[in-house]
Structures are given as C-alpha cells and as structure tokens.
Design a protein around this ligand. Sequence first.
Ligand code: PLP
Length: 460
Amino acid sequence: TPAILPNEPSNETLQEWDRVHQLHPWASMDDWQGYDNMLVDCAEGIYLWDGDGKRFIDGPGGMWCVQIGYGRGEMADAIAAQVRKLAYTSPFTNTTQPSAVLARKLAEMAPGDLNNVFFTTGGSTAVDTALRTMHFMNNRLGRPEKKIVISREKAYHGSTYLAHSVTGKEREKSRFDIEKRLVRFLPDVNPYNRPEGMSVEAWCDEKVADLEKIIAEVGADRIGAFIAEPILSSGGVIVPPPGYHKRTFDICKAHDILYISDEVVTGFGRLGHWFASEDVFGIQPDMITTAKGLTSGYLPLGACIIADHVLERCASPDDPTLFSNGYTYSAHPVSCVAALTNIEIFEREGILQHVREVTPVFQGRLRALKDRFPLVGDARGMGLLGCVDCKAPNFAAEKRLGQMIDDACEEKGLLVRPFANMAVFSPPLIITAKQIDQMFDILESALEKVSAQVASEGGL
Ligand code: PLP
C-alpha cells in the first residue's frame, strides 16, 4: 500500500505538525501552538491506545458518542460496501435506500407525532435546523415577533452562530459574537447549587417559576421556543429536579412555545432508551435533535426530528415557500448506513437493556464517592452519564481539580473529561459491570492522590 504520508513520520513529528498547523476545537488561544493534544493511535471495545502503545479505558466514550465501542468490523464492512455502491448523491434532488430506511426508523423510535426527519451533519446543525424551523413556522403564521428562544445557564447546544447563541455555558467569557436579541437565559437548574436548607421540591418550584417569570416579562407572543437538554451534559451532567421537565413542558404548551429537546447526548441509549424525552421524562417535544450516538461516532450525522403538527403549520398552499435549509452532506448515504448498522448492533446485542442493567452498578459506585471523599462535593448522573464535582474552596487551583483528576487517572489507564473542578464520564455503552468496577477503582485511587495533594497544600 502506498504510504499516505512520506517516511512514516514519528510521533514527535506528528505532534509537531499538529501543534503548528492544527487549530483544535476549544484551543486555548493564548498558547494554541504551545501544548500537545493526546495522539490516539487505535481503539477496540472500550479501550484506546496512545502513540506510545499505552492502553486507556475511554471514560468519555469519545465525546459522549461511541455507544457500541470501537473497532467494529461490521461497521467497517457496511461503510466500505456503501462507499463502493454509492458514496454520495445530492439530498436536494435525490434520495437513497439508507436515508429513507433510517428516516422511517427514527420516526418509529421518536415519541408521538415526531415523524419527520431532517438530516444534518451533526448536533450543532441539528439545533440550527430546529431553531430555523421555528423561525419559518412563525413567519409563515404571520407572527414574526414570536422568535425569542428561552435557554438555560450551563446549556450547551453547539458551535454554529445560532447554536452558540443559545448556549449558556461560559458565554460571558466568549469572544465570539452571539445573537443576543434572540435569546433569554434561565438561571442554573442544578439542585446541588440550591441554597442551604431548601428542599429539592422547593428548588423545582423556583426553577419552574423562573420560566413563568420570563414568559410574563418578555410576553408569550414574542417567545418562539424553549430549548432544553434533558440532562445538561457539557454543563457538568446537571440533572434537573424531578418533575421539572414535565412542568416546563406543560407551560410551553399552554403558551404555544415550541419545545425543543436537545438529545444529542441523552439519545441513543445513554439513559437506556432510544430517546429520553418521553421514556424517562414523560414529555413529547415538538422537535428532538440527535447526533453523536446515532452513528456511535463512526461517521458524522445528525438529525432534527420534527412533529407533524409543526410541519402542518409550516405549510401554506396558497403561498408555496421553499424550506431553504440544508447541507451538501444532509442524509449522506454512507453516514446513514453507519447509523443503520449501529442500530442493528444495538438491537441484536440488547444494548438498551444492557444499559438499564448496569446503570445501578455505575450509579452506585459513582454516588459512593461522595461519602468517601470530602473533596467530592457532588457525585451525580443518570444512566451511563456521571460527574464528580469537586470542592476545595481553600485550594488556590480549585478550578484545575478536574484536570488533576484526569492526570492521575491517565497514569493508571483511564481517561475522564475534565471541566474546571469537575470530571465527567460517559463510557461506551457496552461497558460490562466488571469494567465499570475497574473504571471506578482507578477513579478512586486518583481521588486519593488528588485529595492528598490538596490536603498537603492546606486546601482541605
Ligand atoms: N447539543 C448538545 C447537547 C451537545 O452536547 C452537543 C455537543 O457536545 C451539540 C449539541 C453539538 O453537537 P456537534 O458537536 O455534533 O455539532
């Protein structure tokens, strides 16, 4: 086979080329050429190997996405066969067997009358599509003022202009522009941050009241949509208080505000169901956005699934208008085959059921960390999503605790995802109960090490 790159560059050379030429997502702009990203060489199951041949459990599951695990020959074969048969055709004029079958499959999986699938290139473009659909609908209904989006502090919805604009996470620190006219944010919903002495029920009442208050202030006639992740994942796996989703959903319905459930992380088995909106939280949104686990990360693909009643309101037979939204790679046939094969593997191996079975082991070990380590302020999660939220107010580098935990875990062969003082994990869904134990054994020894370090500096 001809070498793609000349003379098999060494790992050091690769790192140098990467440092000098590749600007990565979320790079630190003061020093973006000054540090190395981990060079990942290959992967199998729940493990990946770095350039030096060291093996790691992939705690973040890629980026909340590698549900069926790495190295599936069946995925490689299906993808290769589709490339040979038909690598591409324009979704603007044509359709294909994989995209038609996948659209039908997603319509069956999604709740209620969410029967219409618009394929995108990933999660951000799925969110963009959902918001633009709301714009389209309200323009068509002759209410151009009804466009404001309600989102929440700590939400993450993506990196296009519109998706970034409705992202609550650290927006005040961003040097990118956002479309401020179009969005209002509700305060943090994390029960961990409730005032001392307040019950979770009272916290839920307050969070629901925040939505009612903003609707009263802005006016329902100016609010087009409410967008919510069932669990605010990148914000630190924030699980809103019980009952919150149903109550906020009912308020949106009462005010004709479209409810967009961003299931880019919670979809495709992360909580033991295809989608969490109805099966876990009892709501039937007007739109669901999905990506990531849809192909288990093998190829890029996203989708915005839209309810019949929304598209019915977009139609105007007397004044036909094009839905001028879409991408060259919408419904990419090879990505759709990857999604279909991924779904086949889920079904054949009973992965949703497996997640439900191992969740108690995962969540049990997670919650035990809080009792064992004073450094752990909160250990929360749901399904195979978890977060260790550390607190050490007397420790100068409190915001680096996530990174310190990640470093200590890496030494012992586990990757976690650091966010400030938090460490987050969402392993491949095929992880066994025994592997979950191995993962938490490493995490516990890392917490021991970091706790000792923090204590030695007077931080605990
Ligand atoms: N929505 C949520 C909830 C996400 O977590 C993400 C990515 O992490 C996105 C949207 C954006 O997806 P993508 O990175 O595929 O554009």
